[in-house]
Design a protein around this ligand. Structure first.
Ligand code: ADE
Length: 417
């Protein structure tokens, strides 16, 4: 075991946080209780590259209980919770390479440390580990396959598949309904606003909140910001998504127009150059900018850094910039994922389902990985439904069951008017 953590003395705080999360993740916890007896992952090396949060700590504990030998790195320079990282090193004896505030070089060093542990199965969030495993495929001796947690990562890996460059099977955990319809919507909806509010303590009510992108993440953020009294303006490139935003009751316009109106800007597109320096120059004095997409490419923070007349931090999370025209703008978390840079990421209850999908996908790779093709696989409908049902059960909710007659009716075509 080796590790790279900021401060081992934070381990008790980290352990308490993971315990708290575990108590709020009943589906994943029940998988841990089920598989710690049979240990199906005995001696299987699992390499992860996923935000080191208290929820990820619960996933790591569950994989370890099932027998896995784990090495792990963070998947974003600003998302690691250092106390959790310390607890994973001290209490769980995991090879963990994760510190908050790492340079790009250290970030990749940590991923390469995971690869040096020769994982049999990978768990990725954003595809940086998957890409690096491809660059170092000769260092890997016995690979079953990997999983991918997020939309951006799945898009990258599908591009690898399309160009014939994918060298091992990947299960797209993100594409499970019990992942993206919950984590991306309710998780980011709440945690992105949590980050903005922790970083600024602004009143959302009465503000013009510009949400760039109306996919699952944009929808979740728009809904929560609207619930707090914000006046939502959506920008989109996809006509169907734009129409949905309009019919959901929001204003829709171009970014060129939105910059003149917005008090708060939140990017959620997964694309680069969504808010350019030119956009920023046309914003109102005091505009606040945050990103909720996976990479820090949506807001042109680099250009702002280079061209501003003055730069001064407001607090730990928020940087104030003065522009040549005298206006000020404020960027939260360096334009990185605001929910993890300035808050604690998605709540445990929603990560419960995402990580139950991860856990079951690792078991599937162990069983089927060697006979799978080098393509992207969806999780099965039955896994999605089992997880939803387990979540409902954990909330004490019962649902109806189709009668035999209803089943026959739904499967037939004979009964009409
Ligand atoms: N992504 C967003 N929120 C997260 C969390 N709490 N843990 C791990 N990954 C996340």
């Amino acid at each position: 075991m080796s590790y790279a953590v900021k401060d081992l003395s934070l381990s008790l705080e980290g352990k308490r946080k993971i315990d708290w999360a575990e108590a709020h993740m009943p589906v994943l916890h029940s998988l841990k209780l089920k598989y710690e007896k049979t240990k199906p992952l005995e001696d299987i090396r699992v390499g992860g590259c996923l935000h080191v949060t208290k929820e990820t700590g619960v996933l790591i504990r569950a994989l370890k209980a099932a027998g896995a030998v784990i090495s792990w790195s963070g998947c974003n320079p600003l998302s690691t919770q250092d106390d959790v990282s310390a607890s994973l090193a001290v209490d769980e004896k995991i090879s963990i390479y994760a510190k908050r505030g790492v340079s790009k070089e250290e970030y990749y060093d940590h991923i390469h440390s995971v690869i040096r542990n020769d994982p049999n199965i990978s768990i990725d969030d954003g595809a940086d580990l998957t890409v690096e495993m491809h660059n170092r495929i000769d260092q890997l001796s016995n690979l079953y396959g990997g999983t991918e947690e997020t939309t951006t990562g799945v898009l990258r890996i599908r591009a690898m598949e399309k160009s014939g460059k994918l060298l091992f099977p990947i299960i797209a955990v993100n594409d499970a309904e019990t992942k993206h319809d919950f984590d991306n919507v309710y998780g980011t909806g709440q945690s992105a606003l949590d980050g903005i509010i922790r970083a600024t303590n602004i009143l959302i009510s009465g503000k013009n909140v510009v949400v760039a992108g109306y996919g699952h993440v944009g929808k979740g953020i728009a809904k929560r910001a609207s619930g707090l009294g914000g006046n939502i303006i959506v920008t989109e490139v996809d006509p169907i998504s734009a129409l949905k935003a309009k019919l959901d009751g929001y204003s829709v316009t171009t970014m060129n127009e939105a910059v003149k109106l917005g008090d708060v800007f939140i990017t959620t597109t997964g694309c680069k150059d969504v808010i350019t320096l030119n956009h920023i120059k046309n914003m109102r004095n005091g505009a606040i900018l945050a990103n909720a997409g996976h990479f820090n490419v949506e807001i042109s923070v680099d250009n702002l850094d280079k061209t501003c007349s003055k730069k001064e931090p407001i607090n730990q999370h928020t940087m104030g910039y003065e522009l040549d025209n005298g206006n000020k703008v404020y960027v939260i978390g360096e334009g990185r994922l605001v929910n993890l840079a300035a808050a604690e990421g998605h709540p445990s209850e929603v990560m419960d389902m995402s990580f139950a999908n991860q856990f079951l996908s690792v078991l599937r790779l162990l069983k089927e990985g060697k006979s799978m093709n080098n393509v992207v696989y969806d999780i099965s409908r039955s896994q999605d439904q089992d997880i939803a049902l387990a979540k409902l059960n954990s909330m004490g909710i019962l649902i109806d069951v189709l009668s035999n007659e209803q089943r026959i009716y739904l499967g037939g075509f004979g009964e009409g008017t």
